[in-house]
Design a protein around this ligand. Structure first.
Ligand code: S3P
Length: 209
């Protein structure tokens, strides 16, 4: 049988994704990062590329509580939300492999960090303030950003959280480019971290089989 170049590349790509899945075993890919880093949007696409389930921890917390995050914060306070977040993520991590997007504060909890280390591979979607602000200003469903000064809040969170996020297994810069481009970078970084095949070169010429 003779395969054209495009088919070869497709095969190489599929092979690489299969290698990543294999290397993961039952571990989850856990996306961490600040609000607006693209954890949900990138996570959904990453899961689809790897043919893994996508789970959004915030949505699971809302489902378990029977109310949305703003309501949980308003009715019970942040500490109550954090307790639920910790428990829900511990439960979800038992169901890998999957792509798990976590809320921006989740990784700040030491127990959650240890659980992620034990059952997953963490990917920090790191983003510049400008990119984050552009994205978070589009929606108003985040209790930590209920006030007007988004920039001051985000700067404070960056200062507190970036040194902790830096403990993640893999860091990928979430730039202001299409989400699929970031997904490609995440796949490359994961392949590298997990010791999988190198990315098939674009201009690689190969003989037909
Ligand atoms: C939070 C981030 C939110 C959500 C909650 C608190 C945070 O998730 O969990 O509003 O502490 O940064 P996203 O990061 O998905 O917006």
């Amino acid at each position: 049988m003779s395969l054209g170049l495009t088919e070869h590349r497709k095969e190489d790509r599929e092979q690489r994704l299969a290698e990543i899945r294999e290397a993961l075993g039952s571990r989850s890919i856990v996306l961490i990062g600040l609000m607006g880093a693209g954890k949900t949007a990138v996570g959904r696409r990453l899961a689809s590329r790897l043919d893994l389930p996508f789970i959004d921890a915030d949505a699971e917390i809302e489902e378990a509580a029977g109310s949305n995050i703003s309501e949980i914060f308003a009715e019970h306070g942040e500490a109550y939300f954090r307790q639920g977040e910790r428990k829900v993520i511990a439960r979800l991590l038992k169901s890998g492999p999957q792509v798990l997007a976590t809320g921006g504060g989740a990784y700040m909890n030491a127990e959650t960090r240890a659980n992620i280390k034990a059952h997953g591979i963490s990917v920090w979607l790191r983003a510049e303030l400008k990119v984050l602000l552009k994205r978070v200003n589009r929606r108003d469903n985040r209790p930590l950003l209920a006030g007007d000064d988004h920039e001051a809040v985000m700067k404070k969170l960056m200062a507190e959280r970036y040194p902790v996020y830096a403990e993640a297994d893999v860091t990928v810069e979430s730039r202001d480019v299409p989400h699929d481009t970031i997904v490609g970078t995440v796949v490359d970084a994961l392949a590298d971290k997990l010791g999988c095949a190198k990315k098939p070169a674009k201009d690689q010429s190969r003989e037909k089989v």
